[in-house]
Design a protein around this ligand. Structure first.
Ligand SMILES: Cc1ncc(COP(=O)(O)O)c(C=O)c1O
Length: 406
């Protein structure tokens, strides 16, 4: 059986090989060593351009550093996006050397420690406060530093973002202040004489359903209007979150940016009366960088066990937890995989495991690949976001992956 190679990838396929940044992927594996994450800078730039073309011009684009905090990538993105969102003082430290003058940084995330708040205040960034208690702490720490912190309210909406890979709004949540308490929290910000920076709603991530996203945006604008009307305060900034997903598995269709941009344009027109002086922001991670990264791992061993051909690779869940199905997936599915220098040919069905001593370390199950053995390089697509940064790298004390922006 011969199989034509057809995973959903924008990387070049020519001479039966995979190419990354003008060079065969196997050359990168030889030059860098494996396992390695290779990110394509042009692909990131094209993605941002494409999204900007589809979104209303006044929507500012912020990059959520948690998706991939690799320094050279942050430096590249600093020239492409309008701001950054960080989730820890560690991410802040990574961003500060790269951000352009005047480029805003916001700090969202539950459980900000006092030292992290102090670091944020010193850096002059805005906080997306996750609770009223956090507002009090930001005030206290700011007073100690003789500074007036900037505080936006992250609101836990009274709706859910349907069809999300991860839901982060609606019901009881560690994320954000319940929308019903928004007025009270705003009152607290004013009483404490903090600088009010606006509101932030992040209801979920990894969403491929444009209709569900549009519905959540609609509800988010209604929430914003209510807060403005009930409190007579305009919003300096209105951060809509995002949650735009990418296809990881066969059968998933990509989200077209226009399918989000067009409804958003209508919403901004409909709500223009209370948004005149408001900076509108979308905050995205994986949609900007996820498709631009490939994880390269080399086959170390090949064996047959009770009739199953098993390939064992030098990379696995310690670098790429999501690939193994252990980052929030209910049912594990295979990522798009390919042999880097034999994209097509007679195929066999194999199971692929990483090197960890746990049955959880699955790279692929029942995958159809051309014959592969020790030394061959496997490419895992859609690996630009939540790869190295979201994986238990210390587990079994294997080396960290190499990362390279090309
Ligand atoms: C507050 C916040 N912003 C942005 C993101 C980025 O999400 P994504 O990478 O899916 O765009 C997340 C993800 O969890 C988040 O919690």
């Amino acid at each position: 059986m011969t199989r034509a190679f057809h995973p959903r990838t924008r990387f070049r396929q020519a001479d039966n090989r995979l190419w990354i940044g003008g060079r065969p992927a196997v050359d990168w594996a030889d030059a860098l060593g494996t396992p390695a994450f290779v990110y394509d800078r042009q692909m990131v730039a094209r993605r941002v351009d494409r999204l900007r073309a589809a979104l209303p011009e006044r929507v500012a684009l912020h990059y959520a550093v948690k998706a991939n905090p690799f320094g050279p990538l942050l430096a590249h993105l600093a020239g492409l996006v309008d701001g950054f969102d960080v989730a820890s003082a560690g991410e802040l430290e990574r961003v500060l050397p790269h951000r352009r003058p005047g480029q805003p940084v916001s700090f969202a995330g539950p459980g900000k420690r006092d030292a992290e708040i102090a670091a944020g205040i010193r850096a002059g960034i805005a906080f997306n406060a996750e609770s009223e208690g956090e507002i009090l702490r930001i005030h206290r720490i700011g007073a100690g530093l003789g500074r007036r912190p900037r505080v936006a309210l992250r609101l836990n909406p009274d709706f859910v973002l349907k069809a999300s890979g991860m839901q982060m709004g609606g019901g009881p949540q560690p994320f954000g202040i319940d929308a019903e308490r928004a007025g009270a929290a705003l009152g607290l910000v004013e009483r404490l004489e903090l600088e009010f920076a606006g509101i932030h709603v992040f209801a979920g991530s990894q969403n491929l359903d444009a209709g569900a996203i549009a519905e959540a945006l609609d509800a988010t604008f209604e929430l914003g209007r209510r807060l403005v009307e009930e409190n007579g305060r305009s919003l300096p900034e209105f951060n809509l979150g995002g949650g735009l997903g990418i296809p990881y598995f066969p059968g998933q269709a990509p989200l077209e940016p226009e399918a989000v941009g067009n409804p958003l344009r209508h919403l901004i027109e409909r709500h223009a009366d209370w948004l005149a002086d408001t900076r509108i922001v979308m905050e995205l991670g994986r949609f900007l960088v996820g498709e631009a990264g490939v994880y390269l791992t080399r086959v170390v061993d090949r064996k047959v066990s009770r009739g199953h051909t098993i390939l064992v690779t030098d990379g696995g869940m310690h670098h790429h937890l999501a690939l193994s199905g252990n980052l929030g997936q209910v049912l594990r599915k295979n990522y798009f995989l390919a042999l880097a220098d034999r994209l097509e040919g007679p195929v066999e069905t194999v199971d692929i495991h990483g090197p960890l001593c746990t049955p959880l370390d699955i790279v692929g199950k029942g995958v159809e690949l051309p014959w592969a053995g020790p030394g061959d390089v496997l490419a895992v697509f859609q690996s630009g976001a939540y790869g190295a940064t979201a994986s238990p790298q210390q587990f079994l004390s294997h080396p960290a992956p190499v990362e390279r922006l090309v």
